[in-house]
Structure formats: C-alpha cells, structure tokens
Design a protein around this ligand. Sequence first.
Ligand code: HEM
Length: 537
Amino acid sequence: AAKNTSEDVRGAGDELHQRSGGDSPPLTTAHGVPVEDDQNSLRAGDRGPTLLEDAHFREKIFHFDHERIPERVVHARGYGAHGVFEAYESLADITRASVFAQAGKKTEVFVRFSTVAGNLGSFDLARDVRGFATKFYTDEGNWDLVGNNIPVFFIQDALKFPDLVHSVKEEPDRGFPQAQSAHDTFWDFASLMPESTHMTLWQMSDRAIPRSFRTMQGFGVHTFRFVTAEGKSSFVKFHWTPLQGMQSVVWDEAVKINGADPDFHRRDLYDAIESGDFPQWELGVQVFDDDFADSFDFDVLDATKIIPEEVLPVRPIGRMTLDRTVTNVFAETEQVAFMTQNVPPGIDFSDDPLLQGRNFSYLDTQLKRLGSTNFSQLPVNAPRCPVAHFQRDGHMQTSLQPGRATYEPNSFSGAERGPREAGAEGHVPVPERVEGTTRRIRSESFADHYSQARQFWVSQTPVEQDHIVAAYVFELGKCEVEAIRSRMVANLRNVDEELAGRVAKGLALDLPEASPAAVETRTDLDPSPALSILANA
Ligand code: HEM
C-alpha cells in the first residue's frame, strides 16, 4: 500500500499528493476512469465556485451520501464468520437433507452472532439474548437455521412480535434505554404476558451475558421436521454445543468490559480465528415422532417450551468449524440475509405459530433492508449450487442467466428452453394433518406458562440462582413504575415462592398476591442438569 513518505509530499497545504505506481494502482472513478487529483475539486479560477463538471467530486459525494442502509429492525449488532460443517454419519434414515447425506460430508457455512435489542453501535456485553444464525450452503439450496443462544422464546405467536420488540427497543419519547432488560416498557410487557416468564428466567441467568460467542450454545428453538426420501417425517429440535465449553461472565465483569471494550465479543471472535484457534460447535438433534409429541407434557409447537435432554437425549450429528473471518464486514456480515423459510429438501416446518409468522417476516424485511428483490445474488447470500428460475429483471440484476423463454410451459428446446419443476426430487412440503374451523383462540395446550420456568429455576446451582435473583432485582430496580415491579414478582410467585420472596426483598416490596394462572404450576418436573452452565462447565 502507498505510504505517506516525504517523496509523496510535493509542497505544503493542499499540495499533498500520493501518486500511483509500485504497489498502488491508479485511483479510478466507479466507472474505471483514472482520477488526476483527489485533493481538490474543480473550481472556477483561484477561489471560485465548484463546477458541476467535476464528475469525480459528484460521484464520490453521491456514493458517500448513500452509504448507510437501514440496520436490522432487531439483531442489528452482529458479527459473522465463514466456516465448514462436517456430518458425523449418514442420516438418510431420518432425513434426505444432502448436508447429512454421508459421514464426512462437508458443507460451507456462514454464521452471524448478534445481540437482539441494541442498535448497530451498541455494546457487546449487554444482558440480552444472542442470535446464532447459520447459513448452510448445501448442494440442494441454502438452509438458514436462524436460532438464538436460548432455547425458548418470549412469545408463542408471531402476531405479538412487534409488541415485544417495541417494548425492548429504546422508548420513543426519550430514545433510551438501549439495554433490553433495563426498561419500564419491557417489564410492563413481560409482566402482562405470563408466557414470557420462562424466557425471562433464562434472560436473567448467566446465559444472557456470555463470555464469548465461542462459549455459548445455540438452538433452533422451534420444532422442525426431518423428511426422508420416502416421505417419512419426524419432528426435530436443533442444538449447537460449543466445543470450547460454556462460559459466561458475571454482571460486574460485563459492566467493566462494556466500558473498556464495547467490541469485546467481535474482537474475541476475530482474534481467535485470525490466530488459527478456530471455534467449533457440535450440532445435535432431538428427533421424535407424533407419539412422543402426543405423550409429551407440553405442546411441541409452543416455542416457550423445551424438551429436556434428560427426557429425550441430544444426538450429535456433526461439527461446525469457523475458520475464516470476512473480507468485508458490510458486504458479508451486514448484507447476509437469513430467512427461516430457506430450507432444503429433507427439512421442513412444523405448525409452530411463531415459526409460521417468521417465515412471512424475513423475506419482507430483507427487501426493505437490502433494497432489491435480487438480494439473493449478493455473494454471501448466493447459493453454491446451480440456480435456475424464471424470475427476471428488478433492481440490481447481475445474473446473466441464459435462455429465451422466461415462462413455462414453453415449447422451446435446448438453451432457450429453461428449467422445469423437479417433482418428487424437489422440496415437497410435509403433508400435515389440518382440521377444525378458523379461529383466533390459542390452544389450551399452550396454557401452562410457569411449570418449565420453575424447572429451569430448580435446575440451576445455588450460585446461578443467586445471579438470577440479583439480575431481577437490578433490572426491575430500574423500573420507575412500582406496579410493574410488583406485577412481575406476582408472576414469579407462580414459578417459585423462594425466588419471588428473594426478589421482593431485594426490591423492598411487600410480597404481592400471586398472579392468576390458567394452569397450576407443576412441582413434579425433575431438575434438568443440562440447563445449568456450571453443571456443564
Ligand atoms: C432477525 C432469531 C422470532 C423477525 C433475527 C436474527 C436472529 C433471529 C438470529 C438475526 C439474523 C442475522 O444475524 O442476520 C429469532 C428467533 C426467534 C425470532 C430465534 C424466535 C424463536 C422472530 C419473529 C419475527 C422475527 C417472531 C417476526 C414475526 C425478525 C426480523 C429480523 C430478525 C425482521 C431482522 C432480519 C434482517 O434484517 O436481516 N431473528 N427471531 N423474528 N428477526 Fe427473528
């Protein structure tokens, strides 16, 4: 690269020019025309006005003026890396997905980790959920597993997602706070939405302040479907386990790290990969059939519930290694477009109403954010397998797809004819049984909001329980409205009396009546050691 040496300097003030030559190719306009002078705009006379004729000046300023695109409406702050996924064995008996076709099969991936609530320029160690989104470039199309580091979610129905996000984003009349859990509005919403109680326990636990992206788990959250070549389907839940082990920080450390280095997590991932210490995660699945789903204590379509590993063990099926940082953060990490609806043959959706809503949302948001229907042609989004369709034109079309007829049926042949549907070789939707009349009433099988929250609480070690209590006290302590604090404690009484009592004491609140619960909390669910970080450290 050109250095600012004394030879570059031809004079004082605006006479500084670094010329092309040696390692430095000529500076050009975006259209390739070599630029004479990048220090001075073209002016009339010595001190005269700038001339419209200066195409280089106009192009440079025009491009700069358009540099920003909208940040993601959620998960704005993230960091990505490239890698490879390697299957441990053939899963042909449970899925025809080519990524799992045989032992040792390798598939390229791109992963983006993120926080949820903060804006693009917020800090890394926020108490927040972390996104864990993986794009598998499979040879039958992209598979986007767009998950989080927490296996449950705040809400059961995607219709409530805008409300949830409005409650965690900065308040519109003041523009703060950016931290998800430091809000009157967030706790107001959470306390009025008992279904979020389970997730808030995870969020108040050490899980929400991971030491590193490299030391956190990832989850697909929803129940998905695996489908074999013969069309036999089973339910599946996806788990990523870090081979570095699980680690979090304590809140005091998080606060200091945020002050000293708001880029701590991105720097950590970058440094690890650049130094050859490639992080790895094992992908595991819980696979089950309709009989298991019917016999399970909770609805497998309810994203506020887990299937405990002690009830249904996680089967390891492959390993992901992140081994390459991006070349350009904007072009790759920012322009990557994850969409839950990207599933290849062999993987399908369940009827989880949160997943169904997401499948609508992501296409819409990518168009808004990336601005062109052709965003799938960006290198980070482009499949690594052949792409052939009759979509054409649109803003920023770069594909030189051959062919004359861009419709079918057509009667042309050869290169003019174009592709044809794949039939049973294509992605065949699982034939789900559908019955009943249309309605807006939530299924009663979604009604128990507290039993698994309690199970999470009793699965934590005493020190982890202390952290949870401290987090509720600290975060709820920031609520200005006492009724909100009190309502949250009233919910916690349905989870565990000791937890509620300790939080109330920490907040110097009189213990409120327990909030009404549709279903009595079950106390017979065994602790699940897999839910504790310390038990797995
Ligand atoms: C972004 C996960 C629920 C809408 C993301 C990202 C992740 C994620 C990881 C960031 C992707 C990236 O790094 O580029 C989840 C999980 C959910 C969930 C695990 C529940 C289980 C929802 C719901 C909706 C939604 C219910 C809407 C109905 C969005 C939108 C973005 C996003 C609009 C921004 C996408 C972009 O601009 O690239 N989500 N999400 N999410 N999510 Fe979700």
